[in-house]
Unconditional design. Structure first.
Length: 405
């Protein structure tokens, strides 16, 4: 008679925690003051008058400033477009922008400026494809001042990444960096993000490290992306070193700690991952179903830690954090079994078996009941196993053929 499976790997739920790598915001949020200043500058540009002096954001740009202003013919329409935009009449403002773009009597600046505003309107209306098309037009007219021209190019690269057009986004950001000679960390991160999404992990790591090293206060999502790039490119030591540094600096930040767990697990350092998770548990920060699954799965990947795994599962269930599904009860049953607690293991199997898609859990229950000399119960479980379906029902039939003890 075969005993319960000795393949210990079936005990552990799949390692669920991964480095938190989210999408980057394509257009950085502006403060109310910054937005108001931009609107004033746009209104002045629409009038064709003297604009407020803007700092040169791209002093090393290879592009020569076109020096073109709004034409007198287009001025009233540009002003009206801006008034509609300011009044949140997006559809009307965009329609007027299209009219300006298509009017051959207006100059290149008029067209480019209208396309720039139309792109922003489209973006704010969740019409990203049109926003990118308008940005292409604004760049094609090649008439905006350098600040506006390159901001348009940067926005285009970000939107392309948002739309999963990673190769196109990389081409755009490479052009941007090549023409502006920018070393701004925020700009470098856009390229790093594109490279990461294209699975060019070593190249992504190099660019992201450059950005982070150049930033006095690098953003958390940049660091997460660099850790992920290191991990994906087989540079586990660098990923761990960085994750440990970030976690030490942010001891109460759950995300930072869970990212450290992730890089430990990716390097098969289950013991270290368990230590971090236990600290979070002690601090009451294991608040989600996946958190408890992560901890018990980590214990089940460590030799001789089944008792700890069972305690974690029981706590999660008692707190109502762990969802009481088949996977959880199966892990609990086998944790008890391999820590030599057959009674609780049987109870957990009885909860797991009805939730299984087939009869395999009932069969393991029958085996354990037979081992514990509870033959009538073992036979009943074997019947349930056959009724629910088994690929190889021989073991169940053998249990049914056993004489009662």
């Amino acid at each position: 008679m075969n005993s319960i499976s000795s393949h210990r790997t079936v005990l552990a739920a799949a390692i669920a925690v991964v480095l938190t790598v989210g999408a980057f915001s394509p257009v950085h949020a502006q403060s109310a003051a910054e937005r108001a200043q931009q609107r004033r500058q746009e209104r002045e540009a629409a009038k064709g008058g003297k604009e407020e002096k803007k700092a040169d954001s791209y002093p090393n740009a290879t592009r020569k400033e076109p020096g073109i202003k709004a034409s007198s013919k287009a001025g009233p329409k540009l002003q009206k477009m801006m008034k509609l935009y300011d009044d949140d009449k997006a559809a009307e403002a965009r329609a007027l922008a299209d009219e300006i773009i298509n009017n051959s009597a207006f100059n290149a600046y008029d067209h480019a400026f209208a396309a720039q505003i139309a792109a922003q309107i489209a973006y704010e209306g969740d019409d990203t494809a049109s926003a990118i098309a308008y940005l292409d037009k604004a760049l094609g007219f090649d008439a905006l001042d350098n600040n506006s021209h390159y901001n348009v190019m940067l926005m285009k690269a970000q939107l392309q990444l948002q739309e999963d057009k990673y190769q196109e986004g990389l081409v755009t950001i490479d052009r941007f960096l090549g023409e502006t000679k920018s070393q701004n960390p925020e700009h470098l991160v856009v390229k790093g993000n594109a490279l990461y999404r294209l699975e060019k992990y070593p190249e992504a790591a190099a660019v992201l490290k450059q950005a982070i090293d150049a930033s006095p206060e690098p953003r958390a999502d940049w660091q997460q992306l660099l850790m992920a790039a290191y991990a994906e490119s087989g540079q586990g030591d660098q990923a761990i070193a960085m994750a440990e540094k970030v976690a030490a600096k942010n001891p109460t930040d759950k995300r930072a700690q869970m990212n450290l767990v992730a890089v430990y697990l990716q390097s098969d350092k289950y013991d270290k991952a368990a230590v971090v998770l236990e600290k979070l548990r002690a601090a009451g920060q294991l608040t989600e179903d996946r958190d408890y699954r992560q901890l018990y799965a980590t214990y089940l990947n460590l030799e001789g830690k089944e008792k700890e795994a069972a305690a974690v599962i029981k706590e999660g269930l008692d707190k109502g954090v762990l969802k009481p599904d088949h996977q959880v009860y199966l892990a609990l049953a086998q944790s008890y079994y391999f820590s030599e607690q057959p009674g609780p293991a049987i109870d957990a199997y009885k909860k797991a078996a009805p939730l299984d898609d087939d009869g395999e859990t009932y069969l393991n229950l029958a085996r354990l009941l037979w081992q514990e000399e509870r033959v009538p119960e073992a036979k009943e479980a074997a019947k349930q196993a056959i009724a629910k379906g088994l690929k190889k029902p021989d073991d169940a039939k053998k249990i049914l053929a056993l004489p009662s003890k």
